[in-house]
Design a protein around this ligand. Structure first.
Ligand code: PAF
Length: 280
């Protein structure tokens, strides 16, 4: 596996590969890699001639300086995983390399970015659009792979792709879970053993709510999930919304969407966990 740290080198390599007609699969990550990321790499490996994975903790998408400071950084272990997973190029730039000067672009991301994470983390999605648009412009990917755990992020990236006119396929990949149901996340390592033992209650409650939803209203289902998760020690639901899976707009009646998706954010102690479930 080749490790590239400069934008100029990445651009030269990927332009060359594109000229040769090789398809490029891009897996953007912030490192602290786990099996969830590796499932994106596997998929990219199967569908493309060349796999590029980026490892970059993007400061512009963190609205909370503490979250940025404590975000796990594990470059050596990440490289070992990427190399073992058959990645051809790992792009691991510094902050100065990506942002030699501040990125002042403001994307008109519209309603998909205004609710849920957009409402709770002002500026977060604009930061995601900034880094992902830069990565797309540098890498010329044929396909780019994103995990469905960050469900709303995929809708925002699709919107950014439309705004910027990138010609590529966005490939959403299913959530990977621990055996006890907890969605894999780089943040899970920050849970204390006691919190880690309770955290699977999120996925378990979402799953139970699928049954509940069959004969309850949207409002009742939201209340069921929120009250059940909040009844566990250490857990505090930040929001639970049931939205249309394309527009991300909250629905108040099941008939308003043919793709209902429940999206939850929970503080388990001070660790912010997210998860989601499809109701169909
Ligand atoms: O999902 C993530 O890890 C990040 O938001 C991404 C897409 C790598 C951009 O920094």
């Amino acid at each position: 596996m080749e490790i590239i740290r400069t934008v100029a080198e990445l651009e030269a390599r990927t332009a060359d590969l594109s000229r040769q007609g090789r398809s490029i699969g891009l897996v953007p990550t912030m490192g602290a890699l786990h099996a969830g990321h590796m499932s994106l790499v596997d998929r990219a490996r199967k569908e493309n001639d060349i796999v590029v994975a980026s490892v970059f903790v993007n400061p512009t998408q963190f609205n909370n300086p503490d979250d940025l400071r404590t975000y796990p950084r594990t470059e050596e272990a990440d490289c070992a995983l990427l190399s073992g997973g058959g990645v051809d190029i790992a792009f691991i730039p510094s902050v100065e390399e990506i942002y030699p000067e501040p990125d002042t672009r403001v994307f008109d991301l519209g309603p998909v970015a205004e609710v849920m994470e957009g409402a709770m983390r002002p500026g977060h999605f604009n930061g995601v659009a900034q880094i992902v648009s830069k990565l797309f412009a540098m890498t010329h990917p044929t396909r780019a792979y994103f995990g469905e755990k960050d469900f709303q992020q995929i809708a925002v990236i699709r919107r950014m792709v439309e705004l910027e006119g990138f010609d590529l396929e966005i490939v959403p990949c299913p959530i990977l879970r621990e055996q006890d149901g907890l969605a894999l996340s780089s943040r899970n390592v920050r849970l204390t053993p006691e919190q880690r033992a309770i955290a699977p209650a999120i996925a378990k409650t979402l799953l139970e709510s699928k049954e509940w939803a069959k004969n309850h209203s949207v409002e009742q289902t939201k209340r069921f999930v929120t009250e059940t998760v909040n009844s566990f020690p250490h857990m505090k639901v930040e929001y639970y919304e049931i939205v249309d899976g394309k527009t991300m707009q909250p629905v108040s009646d099941w008939s308003q969407t043919d793709e209902p998706v429940g999206c939850i954010t929970v503080y388990c102690g001070d660790v912010r966990l997210i998860d989601n479930i499809r109701y169909q």
